[in-house]
Ligand binder design. Structure first.
Ligand SMILES: [Zn+2]
Length: 116
């Protein structure tokens, strides 16, 4: 499962960084996920709940910010939100020469914890 390995990776990263900063417990993590990354927030939450049983993560809240897919038309320069991820067409002029300017994000924005 895609989401499981992502959540595991994020948690390992947070744990490593927190230990270096003397943080004994994580309270909150925030992830930014673009719709094009094909990651489902519900699955992420489910995996996080399943993996966060130890003391370090037990009380942590996972916040997920989902970003829409934004495209910019190379012909008319219009920016729009892409509703159908299989249909890369400018709603303004109908051109199919568009570039994706947002929606591929998949990263940890920040985390908060309690120091020793
Ligand atoms: Zn256009």
């Amino acid at each position: 499962m895609h989401e499981l390995s992502i959540v595991e990776g994020v948690m390992n990263m947070v744990r490593e960084s927190a230990l270096q900063s003397n943080i004994k417990k994580v309270n909150k993590l925030k992830l930014v996920i673009g719709r094009l990354s094909m990651v489902l927030p519900d699955s992420m939450q489910f995996c996080f709940q399943a993996l966060s049983q130890d003391e370090f993560f037990r009380d942590a809240v996972l916040e997920i910010e989902q970003r829409e897919i934004l495209i910019r038309c190379k012909k008319c320069e219009q920016q729009s939100v892409l509703e159908d991820i299989y249909c890369y067409i400018c709603p303004g002029c109908g051109a199919n020469e568009v570039e994706i300017i947002q929606g591929r994000e998949l990263y940890l924005d920040y985390y908060e914890g309690e120091e020793n």
